[in-house]
Design a binder for this molecule. Structure first.
Ligand code: C5P
Length: 397
């Protein structure tokens, strides 16, 4: 619920602005008060009248609006909310934010605000992929701006790919997570998730079947309890969690570097399926078939990120959690892993094919710690995540 929460909603000029009308309804249904701001371009897609009717609020648009200035100055407006939401955030609006431009009301509010900002980008896939947009996103993420979406799919412009604005319910979930007064409020939680890709040459790599589902569910559950989540992910199948800081990597070495940069954290959870080996001296040219026979790949051991962080002498997170997917002697193997790696908990599960756990929606886990082994009954992966998040909150309270 968002009872009593005040949202300043900045609507940018993109076709997905129509979804923001539904977003206003959904936010208000949950008890939030929504103050809308339309950019000039947004009024080409939705009318002030519909936004005013749905929000039950005055709609702001002009920077030099004397009546608005007399009633509430733009600086005051920028600080009168618990959260500023930008949906849709166009490439242009994000570029202005990243560079500190303030040449209309929306960009001025974004520069003047001292409240957290959540951005739901929406644009053509090529605009999203453009190096300039990606640079701006990295700058904004560094500045502490949170993102929800974009999603991948068919676009209004007829192309396909990332760039669709997140659905209103996903944005609402991200808003709820940002405004949560849950037990993990103010705690920073680092999560690794997904597989890693280890290059053989520029077009080939070694990977594994991890989908990233468990790490993503866990990130959502922790974020819902109010944690500030940093999500370091390899190339996963599932969409990254909403409203958290996402750092995308490919290889185990990049994952270690991203983890080191993201520390310090109160809690670190290592749900990624990190490749144990990488190809030593991966070729920077595509390997060709030759008459001389097959290429020989030599492997080098990857850094063990969980063990590295568990054994940090300074700046070790208060709680370090690893995962262990085993096919036999689950408890014995996981208990040995707890000792070997030096982490505080291991979440162990049996991934033998007959359990149906791998790729399925349910999980059957045991939590292994110094205190012993605690078996949990079989339940959905979402439920496992919620229970685990609750347990983490109790442990570091
Ligand atoms: O040793 P094993 O791969 O079974 O350990 C699994 C746990 O260790 C997981 O939590 C995984 O994320 C972590 N791990 C890691 N870096 C590696 C290998 C595993 O962080 N190179």
């Amino acid at each position: 619920m968002l009872t009593g929460k005040r949202i300043l909603l900045i609507i940018g000029g993109g076709i997905s602005a129509y979804k923001s009308l539904d977003l206003i309804r959904k936010l208000r249904e949950r008890g939030a008060a929504v103050t809308p701001v339309l950019t000039g371009a947004a009024t080409e897609f939705v009318t002030s009248l519909s936004v005013a009717a749905l929000s039950g609020s005055k709609v702001y648009g002009e920077l030099f609006d004397l009546t608005a200035e007399a009633e509430m100055g733009h600086i005051q407006l920028s600080r009168s909310a618990d959260l500023v939401v930008v949906a849709p955030a166009t490439a242009d609006l994000m570029a202005k934010m990243a560079h500190g431009l303030a040449n209309d009301l929306a960009s001025t509010l974004l520069l003047a605000t001292d409240t957290p900002v959540l951005v739901a980008p929406a644009m053509n896939v090529r605009m999203w992929d453009h190096a300039a947009t990606q640079r701006n996103i990295a700058t904004l993420a560094d500045d502490g701006v949170a993102f929800v979406g974009p999603n991948e799919g068919d676009m209004a412009c007829g192309e396909f790919g990332p760039g669709r604005m997140a659905e209103p319910l996903e944005i609402v979930a991200a808003v709820e997570a940002k405004l949560s007064d849950g037990p993990l409020k103010g705690k920073r939680v680092l999560i690794t998730s997904g597989p890693t890709h280890e290059p053989i040459d520029p077009v080939r790599y070694i990977a594994n079947r991890s989908s990233g589902a468990q790490g993503t569910a866990l990130a959502n559950a922790l974020s819902a309890l109010g944690a500030d989540v940093v999500f370091v992910t390899g190339p996963a199948d599932v969409a990254p969690p909403s409203g958290v800081e996402v750092i995308a990597v490919q290889t185990a070495q990049q994952m270690l570097e991203a983890v080191q940069t993201a520390l310090p954290a109160d809690v670190a959870i290592f749900a990624a399926a990190v490749a144990d080996w990488r190809v030593e001296g991966a070729s920077d040219r595509k390997l060709k078939k030759t008459k001389d026979g097959l290429p020989t790949l030599t492997f080098a051991e990857n850094p063990d990120i969980l063990a590295h962080v568990s054994q940090l002498k300074t700046g070790r997170p208060a709680l370090v959690v690893g995962f262990a997917a085993e096919t036999n002697d689950v408890e014995a193997n996981a208990t040995a892993k707890l000792k070997r790696k030096g982490c505080d908990w291991i979440v162990a599960n049996d991934v033998s094919p007959e359990t149906g756990i791998m790729g399925g929606s349910e999980n059957d886990v045991a939590i292994i710690s110094q205190a012993g082994v605690e078996e949990w009954p079989r339940m959905s992966k979402d439920m496992v995540s919620r229970k685990l998040a609750q347990r983490i909150a109790e442990a570091i309270a």
